[in-house]
Design a protein around this ligand. Structure first.
Ligand code: SF4
Length: 199
């Protein structure tokens, strides 16, 4: 049986059956079938679940991203839904309004998807590859550090400071990633180090 059944018509159908005959012969199976036909399949049943961390702030809430297709199998995955991860110890499935709107962030037409470079004197950004971007960053860091690294201060004390380049890291990471990032910055002498959580 294929029919669109509202709550009101379902009650009417079952109610009419009860009134018309005994329970055994009232056509209850027909009402049940109609109700089953009315229920839509769970929209996330065929999606791939990926656990992630909300990128916005240092609370670092756990999220589950539901997508059609699986990038691990080479598919072009499309994000269908994002919700809080009930198994995550930080947020237990809850999200603040920013986290709850993460799907819009993922699908925003202004979202940055690849490195962009505005050359000196230019008025526009141009796309570049990750290899080009990382090579350029490494080259500029090396040149600046070679020129400005201060191993000792005027009193002859070891200070190992590099004050002419700063580093902006992300706070929405695990403790281990944050530890490794901080150690990297300090091991090359960077003093100016910050992230969006200001910790
Ligand atoms: S959901 Fe809200 S509180 Fe949680 S990490 Fe994202 S922005 Fe921060």
């Amino acid at each position: 049986m294929n029919m669109d059944l509202s709550r009101r018509s379902f009650l009417k159908l079952t109610g009419a059956g009860v009134a018309a005959t005994s329970m055994g012969a009232l056509g209850f199976s027909e009402a049940e079938a109609a109700e089953i036909a009315h229920v839509r399949p769970f929209k996330l049943a065929t999606t791939t679940e990926t656990r992630q961390t909300c990128p916005y702030c240092s609370v670092a809430c756990g999220i589950i991203i539901y997508s059609k297709g699986d990038v691990r199998k080479g598919d072009n995955a499309e994000v269908m839904h994002i919700e809080g991860d009930v198994d995550h110890p930080t947020n237990r499935g809850t999200l603040c309004p920013k986290g709850a709107a993460l799907k819009d962030f993922v699908k925003s037409p202004t979202r940055l998807l690849y490195p962009m470079h505005r050359k000196p004197g230019s008025d526009k950004f141009e796309r570049m590859s990750w290899d080009e971007a990382l090579d350029r960053i490494a080259r500029l860091m090396k040149d600046d550090r070679d020129a400005n690294f201060l191993a000792r201060n005027e009193k002859g004390l070891d200070v190992n400071r590099w004050t002419t380049t700063g580093m902006l890291a992300a706070s929405a990471t695990s403790n281990e990633t944050a530890w490794a990032t901080f150690k990297f910055a300090k091991s090359i002498g960077i003093v100016g180090f910050d992230n969006q959580a200001r910790v």
